[in-house]
Ligand binder design. Structure first.
Ligand code: UD1
Ligand code: UDP
Length: 381
């Protein structure tokens, strides 16, 4: 039996962990024992508890309840909390996801105590170290024993940083194994994407018809914590709503709501509320329904960029660069940064193009099963 400590803390991590946990419970219950730890980096029910329920995750055995704080404070609290769990549980490995402060702290705590780190979503790079996530993912990759990359680009990035593909076991932090296994979020999109929402139900829930709206999300600190950028993004969305005569639906991350309330000119915020359909954070199933039926998606989220691709929607990225470079190369995503003109031009462009294609960049939707098999072959005693 492999005992795997499984770390979540933020919304996208709960979503990714759901795919692995489902695989463990359905296919490998006698081979992998999962100990789920929720750091509590996200704590609002709309970002956390609701996702556990909807995605059918078991209750975490450990809730660290670290909450919000500066990078140092939050990372330190998670580091200390995970260390205590490690002393109590003595797992064979520690599974972490993505690039959040929970990822960084959990990997650091684990490697220092000699527990192998398994990094899911390894190798992604924005080449922009002003992004906290870039620092988290670089550090985590270089502390990991098993690295699972969702894309070919991830593999190339790791090789460029001196990590070797094809090492022979036994695998350690000094002799890691790198696997290209596709994107675990795709497993979930296939699994939950089958759920349908009737037209009437859709209308009652979202106040619009399928196919008649643009879906947007914003939460990156680079956008929310800079009032000029945030203002310019909303100017772009307002142009789409008013000049483009299109409904814009925007489920609001609490960080963005706080920023709008704190730094946005009151009259402008009133205009935003009048013309853009702001809603609380969507549940995962609501989000999938909104993505599936959107005309187009506008986002600074990593996960939502990929889901736009899974559901074959053009995507306008509210960042100067992206780790999901294949989307931009494929011309189904356009980088508009926070520039209102670029956002509107990208919207107009995607309305006019007809020949977009959506190749399978992210695997076959079976990455959780692949990861489980590697956990067993590496850590089984
Ligand atoms: C974090 C991750 C980011 C990820 C995102 C997913 C880091 C550095 N950032 O960003 O990579 O894309 O999660 O959504 O790890 N807040 C609440 N309620 C909550 C959680 C947060 O109101 O339940 C507010 C607080 O004001 C908090 C702010 O949001 O200060 C930021 O939260 P934090 O977890 O630090 O970063 P995110 O922006 O959520
Ligand atoms: N998501 C959601 N409700 C929302 C916004 C996003 O369920 O209101 C889901 C989305 O479908 C995707 C994941 O959250 O699966 C992406 O997380 P987020 O945008 O918070 O973070 P990132 O992927 O940028 O780290």
């Amino acid at each position: 039996m492999v005992k795997a400590l499984h770390i979540v803390g933020t919304r996208p991590q709960t979503i990714k962990a759901a795919a692995l946990s489902r695989q463990i419970r359905t296919e490998f219950p006698d081979a992998i024992e999962e100990v789920l730890v929720d750091t509590g980096q996200h704590y609002d029910r709309e970002l956390s508890a609701f996702f556990f329920r909807e995605l059918q995750l078991p209750d975490p055995q450990y809730k660290l309840e670290v909450g919000s704080g500066s990078h140092g404070k939050q990372t330190a609290a998670i580091l200390t909390g995970i260390e205590s769990v490690l002393y109590a549980e003595k797992p064979h490995c520690v599974v972490v996801y993505g690039d959040t402060n929970s990822t960084l702290a959990a990997s650091l705590a684990s490697v220092k105590l000699g527990y192998p780190v398994v990094h899911i979503e390894a190798g992604l790079r924005s080449f922009n170290k002003t992004m906290p996530e870039e620092i988290n993912r670089i550090v985590c990759d270089h502390l990991s024993t098993l690295l699972f990359t969702p894309t070919e680009t991830g593999l190339i990035n790791l090789k460029r940083e001196g990590l070797r593909v094809g090492n022979a076991p036994p695998f350690t932090a000094d002799n890691p194994a790198i696997f290209h296994c596709g994107d675990i979020m795709y497993d979930n999109s296939l699994y939950f994407g089958k759920t349908t929402t009737g037209r009437q139900e859709f209308r009652e829930k979202f106040g619009t018809k399928p196919g008649q709206y643009v879906l947007a999300t914003i939460h990156r600190d680079h956008n929310t914590d800079n009032s000029d950028r945030l203002h310019s993004i909303f100017e772009g969305l307002l142009r789409i709503a008013l000049e483009g005569h299109t409904t814009v639906i925007l489920p609001l991350h609490p960080r963005t709501l706080h920023a709008l309330e704190k730094s946005m000119n009151r009259l402008f915020f009133e205009k935003v509320k009048k013309n853009i359909s702001l809603m609380p954070p969507a549940s995962y199933l609501e989000m999938i329904a909104l993505e599936k039926h959107a005309k187009m998606i506008i986002t600074d989220s990593g996960g939502v960029q990929k889901e736009a691709h899974f559901f074959e929607k053009p995507c306008i990225v509210l960042r100067p660069e992206t780790e999901w470079v294949e989307l931009v190369q494929n011309k189904t995503a356009l980088l508009a940064d926070a520039e209102s003109r670029k956002i509107f031009d990208a919207y107009a462009h995607f309305l006019s193009v007809r020949d977009l294609s959506f190749p399978k960049f992210y695997g076959d939707g079976k990455s959780a099963a692949f990861i489980c098999r590697q956990l067993i072959s590496t850590f089984h005693e």
